[in-house]
Each structure stands twice: as C-alpha cells, then as structure tokens.
Design a protein around this ligand. Structure first.
Ligand code: GDP
Ligand code: MN
Length: 389
C-alpha cells in the first residue's frame, strides 16, 4: 500500500527524521490558514500517489498566505499527468502546505528490500532531485548501494560510509547518521517495502532534511499496523482493483484485450503467457481463487466486462479442489445475471470436466468450448481480434 507524502512524513517524523513542518488542506481557504500559521514562504504540493509532481506543475512556491491560497486553487482539482501516473493522470484532492526551505544541495536516498540478497539495501546519490531517473539510466555509478545484513543489522558506521561518499561535512554526517537510522528503524518497524527520500536536502545553514518522502507498506503486514492501514486512500487505486479486492478476487488490470478468468496464480500466469504467444495481450491477471463459486465467477465477469478494452474472455479453470461442474454452474448462473457481450471461450479441465462440458452445451449459452490450453488461447485471440464491441 502506498500513502501520500504528508502521511509518509508524519510516519517518518515519529522516528525522528527531520521534515519541514506542514499541514494538509482540501480547500484553498484551508491552505491560506495553514500558511498563516506557518508564517513566511511556503510550498503548496499536490498530494497524489505519484512522483514527478514538480515538473508537472503540482509543486509551487508561495510568498505568503494569499499566494498559498491562489496556488492551492490552481493545484486542487487539476489532473496531474506525470511519468508515474499513466496518461490518464490523477485528480488532485488535497494539497500539502509546508514551510519552504532554502536548498543548497539535493541528494537521493532510499531503503528497499533487496530480494536477490534477502536483505535491506540503502541507495544514495549526491545527484538527487527531479533528474534521478536520468542519473540512474546514464550514470548509475553515481548511485551508492550498501546492503544491511539481516544478522548484524543497521549500524551507524554504514551511515557514515554513505554520508562521506555523498561528500557531506563531518557535522552533516552526524545529522545524516541520525536521519538514516530513523529511516531504517521506520522501515523495519512499520513493515515497509520502500522508503524513498528524493530529495534529501542540505540547507545553506548545513541542515540535512527530508524534503520529499514516499513509503510503500507491505499489504500482508498491515494488520499489525491499524494506524497505517487507516491511511489508505482508495481514490488513488484502480476502482476495478478495489472492487475485486472486496469480492475476494486477486485482480490486476493490464493493458491488453483478452480478459482472463483463471483459478490459481500459476495457471493465471501461464494463461497470460500463452495469450501473448498467440499474438494478443492479456487485459488482466485474475485469480478467482480455489473456490471459484457462482458468486466469485459472477463478480469476476462483472469486473472483466467493466474494462472497455476487453474484446474477448477466456475462462481457464483447472478442477482440482474445485469441481468443474460447479464452475460450469457458476458460469451459467453468472451469464443470467451479467450480460456477457463479448465472445467467451471456456476451458474446464480436471474433476468432472465432461459433465461440465455437457452442462455448458445444454445451457444454450453462446460460448466457445476448448479442451486444450493452446487451442483455448488460439480461439480467444482470434475472437478478440475479430470481436467488435
Ligand atoms: P516530486 O516532483 O513529486 O518529486 O516533488 P518534490 O517534493 O520532490 O518537489 C520537487 C522539487 O520542488 C524539489 O526537487 C525541489 O527542487 C522543489 N521544492 C520542493 N520543496 C521546496 C522548498 O521548500 N524550497 C525550495 N526552494 N524548493 C522546493
Ligand atoms: Mn521528489
């Protein structure tokens, strides 16, 4: 789960990470009031779950309360399009008003899970800020990486090594050591999967501050952190994925034309691969789970059909624990509830598949039955290419 910058900074502040003071606003008037409380220059920042806001016009400096109100009016309600939002962009519903700080230098700092080495990795660069993607692509040697051993844990000398390699002065290294220690503790104690500070800055007075913050939390550990779970903002998530989650389906929207309904994550991956091999792209990953009941099949059809890019659907179920005749029953019942306006290819294999096939044939539904996976993929790709909607 991702959170907004203002929430990430609130969590980081609990671990002693220095961040500029600020408050979140939903109206231009609130932004003015916050700017009055903060005093002096402020920054008005669009709160969406995406980076690259600055370049897209979502981060603006303001001289005082009146200008803060004006900038908030410009940013609130805008659809921000950045390389991280996709072409449809994200609607801005909140702005974060923070005290502006003077920047002498921008650094990049992140902590993430290194799956290959089964440990945490710290990444840092003296060339942080809005061009970090360019640095990563063109001069990756300018990014320092250091692993944190899960046995030894984090120790200040790691931070000192990184701090000196960033070119920080001894006094700043001291501050950096405290900041990084706080971030690593935050990472571990909140079950985060990523903490990214870009930029971490040095002020002309030599202070080291986190100016931007992004945290991703591990969904599977949220039950241990009710305060963080509460920070979820479903406006920032794909509505179809939210609905699927509520129906107990494991659904991820993709950009192809073939809707897939499969039981089991492994089979779902194989199904997506074979669709690709036959020359079309899957519109989604969807694991209806081991149960594949009438309810889950109906919910799955509803969700698949709400995606206007879906031109044909492939149902690929292996009856291991679930019986194919139960699934066929589910499909027949679902087809009565939901109007399936696209070609439907069904492949049911495993327990009671013959019975299931007879049921589908007798149902009078217009569907294309397939025995083998290869055949099913060929048929659905053909249907998706020919099928106008
Ligand atoms: P992002 O574009 O979504 O990553 O948003 P950031 O929070 O990183 O802000 C983008 C850029 O705006 C930063 O890299 C800074 O250069 C600038 N910026 C943000 N806050 C301040 C501030 O308080 N003072 C100054 N001078 N610049 C700021
Ligand atoms: Mn940033």
């Amino acid at each position: 789960m991702n959170v907004h910058e203002y929430q990430a900074k609130e969590v980081l502040a609990r671990f002693g990470v220095p961040v500029p003071p600020g408050e979140v606003a939903e109206t231009p008037e609130q932004a003015r009031e916050i700017a009055e409380r903060l005093g002096g220059k402020v920054v008005v920042k669009a709160q969406v779950h995406a980076g690259g806001r600055g370049k897209a016009g979502g981060v603006k400096l303001a001289d005082g309360p009146a200008e803060a109100e004006e900038k908030a009016r410009q940013i609130l309600g805008m659809t921000l399009v950045t390389p991280q939002t996709g072409p449809q962009g994200k609607l801005v519903r909140k702005v974060y008003v923070t005290k502006a700080v003077d920047i002498e230098h921008e650094y990049y700092l992140s902590v993430l899970v290194d799956r290959a080495n089964a440990c945490l990795t710290i990444m840092a660069s003296a060339e942080g800020g809005v061009e970090i993607e360019k640095v990563a692509a063109e001069s990756p040697e300018k990014i320092v990486r250091l692993s944190v051993s899960p046995v030894a844990g984090f120790s200040p000398y790691l931070a000192r090594r990184i701090g000196f390699s960033l070119g920080l002065a001894p006094d700043q290294v001291k501050q950096f050591t405290k900041l990084l220690g706080g971030i690593v503790r935050c990472f571990t104690e909140t079950d985060a999967s990523l903490v990214e500070i870009n930029p971490m800055i040095r002020t002309p007075g030599g202070e080291i501050i986190a100016l931007d913050a992004k945290i991703s939390f591990d969904d599977n550990a949220l039950f241990r952190h009710p305060d963080i779970a509460e920070m979820r903002d479903i406006h920032e998530e794909d509505p179809l994925e939210v609905e699927a989650g509520e129906a107990g389906l494991n659904y991820i929207r993709l950009d192809g034309t073939v809707g897939c309904m499969v039981n089991g994550a492994g089979l779902a991956m194989a199904t997506m691969d074979i669709i690709d091999q036959h020359g079309a792209r899957p519109a989604n990953f969807l694991d209806v789970g081991g149960g594949a009941s009438k309810e889950s099949v109906t919910a799955a059809f509803r969700i698949l059909l709400r995606d206007p890019d879906v031109k044909a659907i492939l149902v690929n179920i292996f009856g291991g624990i679930v019986r194919c005749d139960r699934v066929a029953e589910g499909i027949i019942a679902a087809a009565k509830d939901v109007e399936i306006g696209v070609p439907l290819v069904v492949r049911l294999q495993g327990t009671n598949h013959e019975e299931a096939r007879k049921m589908l044939e007798a149902s009078g539904l217009s569907l294309i039955v397939a025995e083998e996976l290869d055949e099913a993929a060929r048929k659905v790709v053909e249907a998706a290419k020919g099928g106008a909607r």
